[in-house]
Design a protein around this ligand. Structure first.
Ligand SMILES: Nc1ncnc2c1ncn2[C@@H]1O[C@H](COP(=O)(O)OP(=O)(O)OP(=O)(O)O)[C@@H](O)[C@H]1O
Ligand SMILES: [Mg+2]
Length: 471
């Protein structure tokens, strides 16, 4: 039925607890995923195996309807060895009493359970972050589970992080992320050309290679090579279709923590979410003075240095966490807190606004209220301001830097796209309520307003000299 090709075999054979397959379109990812599940269900008694796709609809279309894929389990069903249940998308293997269940990450409630043996994520780069959080308790109840993450890259999101965890040979570009390979993880990287299902020289192989070559030529003509490289060469590309193309991990993220000294003004920003994550950030503004051709140029630079990023049980809970973070970062209170305007609205059930509830909590916990201000409602303006702060100042360092303590902000900036409305935008939105309130001073009006794509790496060491910050 299924004869894995040489590159699929490498993955099936591995005993790693967490396997990560970074592969281009048409590599044979879904065939690999399903057959890994089938082999286990047929060979090992009482297994519970999940295959999770980003959307429930996709689980159905790819695994239940596409004949290229269904051909792998239908023979078992026809022979009476297994039962396939269409309404719950499950396959039960009678001899072993093992189950394969298909899930959609959009259907959070279906991601609860226990006693899982194997979880396979297909198209994992598109899975919603919330799905990983929802499945967490089920994994905790399944001490011996294994996971297989399969996908084609999509910017530098969590899939990139997973890939780095298993990248013992350094084949995945790191983009300066401080992630070290872990012994329980193993990563493979394959391009679309690495689908070796057909013999070299066969008609199928030739057609297949020609098809991908055509996609490459097409992409080149349209100036979309980055997109081809992402989809078919399975490379992690920073700029394919982004809203903030000038933000780069290498230059805009600062690898280290900072603790602002007492005389620095701290600001905070919040985008409230109860089921989606709430995003809280702390920022410090530093007045920079740089000597250029014996002129002193002055400008402001922002460091975003602390983050809370979680769905919040209550405004009280968020307040507690904020107070803890302030302690950890050595300051007691911000100048003010810039927030999503809807946090000022009374709730639909008539209860107090989130802001008022938080202030009540502040009063209870630290004895007084905080100064909250609303950011502008106009997201277009906020994001445009943000884009402006990403520019590079005359000293070769961006006007706005994000430290290592704000991983979710750094992770999601490259995910933002111009038109898509279904984005993980909580961190970006939260910060965008704050940035417009800081006075913008161009470090050299006119000349650096359009940074070249290649910017000099920041000299963080000088910039964060101890007389400025405690590092
Ligand atoms: N071991 C194999 N033997 C024969 N054909 C295979 C094998 N693996 C994959 N294929 C074929 O290659 C094609 C692509 O397979 P599959 O759909 O699994 O790839 P994919 O990487 O999931 O693609 P996509 O990126 O479109 O999701 C299909 O026609 C599939 O039948
Ligand atoms: Mg697929």
């Amino acid at each position: 039925m299924y004869q894995p090709h040489v590159n699929q075999i490498k993955i099936h054979k591995s005993k790693a607890k967490n396997r990560v397959v970074v592969a281009g379109r048409r590599f044979g990812k879904s065939a690999l995923a399903l057959n890994e599940a089938i082999a286990r269900a047929v060979q090992v008694p009482r297994q519970v195996i999940w295959i999770v796709l980003p959307l429930y609809r996709q689980a159905k279309e790819i695994y239940w309807i596409d004949p290229d894929i269904t051909k792998y389990f239908m023979p078992l069903v026809h022979a009476g060895a297994a039962k396939a249940d269409k309404s719950e998308l499950s396959i039960h293997v009678h001899k072993t009493n093992s189950w394969i269940r298909l899930k959609g990450s959009d259907n959070y409630d279906s991601l609860r359970g226990s006693g899982l043996d194997l979880i396979i994520w297909d198209e994992v780069a598109d899975v919603k972050q919330e799905a990983f959080d929802t499945i967490e308790p089920a994994l905790a109840d399944s001490p011996n589970h294994k996971q297989l993450y399969i996908g084609t890259p999509k910017g530098l999101n969590w899939f990139h992080d997973f890939a780095l965890k298993g990248d013992h040979d350094g084949v995945i570009t790191k983009f300066n992320k401080p992630i070290k390979p872990h012994k329980d993880w193993q990563t493979w990287h394959f391009t679309s050309y690495d689908n070796k299902a057909w013999k070299e020289g066969s008609r199928e192989r030739t057609t297949f290679v020609e098809y991908i070559d055509e996609r490459r030529d097409e992409a080149k003509e349209k100036g979309k090579l980055a997109f081809f490289n992402q989809e078919y060469m399975a490379s992690f590309e920073e700029s394919a279709g982004r809203f903030f193309p000038q933000w780069f991990y290498k230059t805009h993220a600062y690898e280290g923590s900072i603790i602002p000294k007492k005389d620095f003004k701290v600001f905070e920003s919040i985008d409230w979410g109860r089921s989606a994550p709430s995003a809280w950030h702390a920022h410090v503004i530093s007045s920079e003075e740089v000597e250029i051709d014996s002129d002193i140029v002055k400008f402001n630079r922002i460091f975003t240095f602390a983050e809370i990023y979680n769905p919040m049980k209550s405004p009280h809970f968020l307040t507690e966490q904020i107070i803890e973070k302030r302690k950890a970062f050595g300051y007691s209170e911000p100048e003010k807190i810039l927030v999503d305007p809807s946090m000022f609205n009374a709730l639909s059930d008539g209860s107090q606004s989130i802001k008022d509830q938080m202030n009540e909590a502040f009063e209870e916990l630290i004895g007084h209220k905080q100064l909250f201000e609303t950011g502008t409602r106009n997201r277009k303006t906020r994001w445009a301001t943000m884009d402006n702060w990403m520019r590079v100042a005359v000293d070769g360092v961006p006007y706005w830097l994000i430290t290592t303590d704000c991983p979710n902000l750094a992770r999601t900036i490259p995910l933002m796209k111009p038109k898509d409305t279904d984005l993980e935008d909580h961190a970006v939105d939260g910060v965008s309520y704050f940035l417009p309130v800081v006075k913008w001073l161009d470090s050299k009006a006119g000349t650096v307003s359009r940074p070249r794509p290649q910017v000099t790496p920041p000299q963080h060491v000088n910039m964060l000299s101890p007389d400025k910050f405690v590092v």
